[in-house]
Design a binder for this molecule. Structure first.
Ligand code: NAD
Length: 324
């Protein structure tokens, strides 16, 4: 019996797959391999590990997942493939990869009778500030739509399902469009660091390995029956927010260079503070990762070490030993 991890060659998928393999699970990874350099490097790393199999597929294509998993007995599914981030992707590609692909995964899970499906949602579903959280970005809207489809599939007799709302993740093996990567690159190049929300933003910066641990905890606890429905939403985030300025200061210390700060308005759809510390109305409780979640000092130290050792070389298309 295997766990199917979609998006296994992505940032989150890599960490979740590695954590599953480390505890002896068998994993079938499926991914379209969008980033030629980083996906290939993450995949090469996973393929050295016991219990991992891989199939390349585009989940938005009808029948592609069924074909990719035809030879495997799948017990549980962690669906992490998708278009990540508030910036960049256009509407049609967001819908294809976050909504159409979701529908294909839901159909697959129902067909195969899996015991628990989890899929990656995002803090972007909370959108802007206000009493009733609702997405204001196209990205957040597709993530919310994926949640609604997931719940509807449970209502229609699908397997127990959990929507995991990941907050701002960072760490080794991250995407080049994430804050830690962009800030590190800018500081090293002497370019200004763009601080959205005029630098007043606070974020639940969440170390990717902690998010992976929380994902496994959630996987092991399918939602209980609530009025005949087994569906749950959970936040995956560091319990305490940190300021964007603190994030940059930590990077300055680690890199031994001053950052040039450029304070710009917030991107629409991003909170100035992305999570109330104690939770709040309409906010699910976070899934615990472990007793002492990684703080930005330790987490960024591990990111910077990886970035300098291999991350920037991989992204630049150079081969590298790819350390942790
Ligand atoms: N990284 C974060 O901070 C964060 C925060 C909130 C939510 N999320 C969500 O978590 C999930 C993973 O994010 P990530 O940071 O690992 O992104 P990523 O881009 O590193 O990984 C996503 C992977 O999905 C694959 N993919 C995309 N569309 C596909 C398709 N149609 N078929 C097959 N594979 C496809 C890509 O090739 C890529 O390897 C996404 O759904 C994202 O929206 C991430």
């Amino acid at each position: 019996m295997s766990v199917l991890v979609t998006g296994a060659a992505g940032f989150v998928g890599f960490h979740v797959t590695r954590a599953l393999l480390a505890r002896g699970e068998r994993v079938l990874g499926v991914d379209r391999l969008d980033d030629p350099a980083l996906s290939a490097a993450r995949l090469a790393r996973l393929e050295k590990l016991e219990g991992f199999g891989f199939s390349r597929a585009d989940l938005s294509v009808p029948g592609a997942l069924e074909k990719a998993a035809a030879e495997s007995e799948i017990e549980r599914v962690v669906h992490l493939a998708g278009r990540a981030g508030l910036r960049g992707a256009d509407g049609p590609s967001l819908v294809r990869d976050n909504v159409l692909a979701q529908a294909q995964v839901l159909a697959f899970c129902r067909e195969r009778g899996v015991t628990h499906l989890m899929h990656a949602s995002s803090s972007a579903v909370y959108g802007g500030p206000g009493a009733a959280p609702a997405p204001v970005s196209a990205y957040g809207a597709t993530k919310r739509r994926a949640e609604i489809l997931a719940r509807a599939a449970v209502e229609a007799g699908g397997p127990p399902t959990t929507s995991l709302r990941y907050f701002t993740l960072y760490g080794p093996w991250s995407r080049p469009d994430t804050a830690a990567w962009l800030f590190t690159e800018a500081i090293l190049a002497g370019r200004p660091v763009r601080l959205h929300g005029h630098g007043r933003m606070r974020r639940s910066f969440t170390f990717a390995a902690d998010a992976a641990a929380a994902t496994l905890t959630a996987l092991d606890h399918p939602p209980p029956d609530a009025h005949g429905i087994r569906y749950a939403v959970a936040d995956v985030r560091h319990p305490v927010t940190a300021g964007l300025e603190d994030f940059v200061t930590a990077l300055e210390m680690l890199l031994g260079r001053r950052a040039l700060r450029e304070r710009v308005p917030a991107v629409r759809g991003e909170f100035v503070t992305d999570a109330p510390e104690e939770g709040g109305q309409g906010w699910p409780r976070p899934v615990p990762s472990h007793d002492a979640p990684t703080g930005i000092q330790d987490g960024l130290a591990r990111f910077v070490a990886w970035y300098l050792d291999s991350g920037r070389a991989i992204a630049g298309g150079l081969t590298s030993p790819a350390a942790d």
